[in-house]
Design a binder for this molecule. Structure first.
Ligand code: AHM
Ligand code: MG
Length: 295
């Protein structure tokens, strides 16, 4: 047991506790909130609700020193000194919220860093996500491995139950599915060529929510990417809130991550809202991707 383990448990208790409330709140919050987030994206009422609920829940956790969200310009100080016994929790409150309109899957992404943000993925002590699918599940990765849990309301009680359904998740050996974000004409030629090859071998599974699409890869094996774009070489997804936690989870399951040339976890950020091209999955397809982009 490391010093971080009790804090990690308490963080995921708090995240799980918010999940049914976030779900219940979504039907009335499919509309635009009228604001933009620090990445210049339209924020929906559901994003605002999830962000505020998670801030409230996580600031009450002992050992959480800082709350950092995709929806907020700066880190918020909520407790002790990060790196000296307290941890920074980075959140994408509602990943894939554009799926609210089409009633498709979404998630909440969580990274627990042992350093103030911006920090590298090597400072993560745990990461996870909630998947709001037909079932609410939560994936948690830390130094003990990767677990999948089902999160449910506890009868009429205000609390939730976390039931572990798999306490040692590993990536299947054989890649089966793929999902790549963005539009083909916006991809650099080398990625287009790589995608053509992948398309011949794997089945397309793309729903427009990173959490949902990565969960397909985690379940069946394969590769997910939101690559560099010709007009946006840094891609779309944010390093601190999306890429690092997902890379940590997939690498902890025996898979690989890449920004195009090396592990996502080695990327040194300049700012909290930095973006990065993200590729994760089985080692084979990730090695091939790096070779294709290198050529
Ligand atoms: P969000 O966190 O604002 O919802 O944005 C991230 C989402 C990811 O879940 C998904 O992989 C990507 O944006 C999809 O983008 P696009 O609609 O451009 O394909
Ligand atoms: Mg997101």
């Amino acid at each position: 047991m490391t010093d971080a383990d009790p804090v990690v448990e308490a963080v995921f208790d708090a995240v799980a506790a918010t999940a049914p409330e976030i779900r219940d709140a979504l039907p009335g919050r499919r509309v635009e909130s009228g604001t933009e987030n620090p990445s210049g994206e339209t924020v929906l009422a559901g994003d605002v609700y999830a962000d505020e609920l998670l801030l409230e829940a996580l600031s009450a956790v002992e050992g959480v020193g800082s709350f950092v969200s995709e929806e907020r310009p700066e880190a918020i100080d909520v407790g002790g000194a990060v790196g000296e016994g307290a941890y920074a929790v980075a959140i994408d409150p509602l990943d894939g919220s554009s799926n609210l309109r089409s009633n498709n899957t979404m998630g909440t992404v969580v990274g627990v860093y042992d350093a103030p943000l911006p920090a590298s993925g090597r400072d993560l002590v745990a990461a996870g996500y909630v998947l709001y699918g037909p079932i609410t599940t939560m994936i948690v990765a830390d130094d003990r491995g990767v677990r999948e849990e089902v999160v449910e309301r506890d009868g009429d009680d205000p609390g939730v139950t976390r039931s572990v359904v798999d306490d040692d998740l590993t990536l299947p050996d054989e890649p089966t599915v793929y999902g790549f974000g963005g539009r083909v004409p916006d991809w650099p030629a080398a990625f287009r060529e790589y995608a053509r090859e992948v398309e011949d071998e794997l089945k397309l599974r793309y729903g427009g929510s990173m959490v949902g699409d990565v969960n397909q890869v985690v379940t069946y094996g394969g590769v997910f990417a939101y690559p560099a774009l010709v007009d946006a070489p840094e891609g779309k997804l944010r390093l601190s809130f999306e890429a690092n936690p997902i890379a940590y989870i997939v690498e902890s399951m025996g898979g690989a991550s890449s920004d195009g040339s090396g592990s996502i976890l080695d990327v040194e950020p300049d700012g909290i809202h930095d973006r990065v091209p993200l590729h994760v999955g089985n080692e084979g397809p990730i090695d091939r991707l790096e070779a294709a982009l290198d050529g």
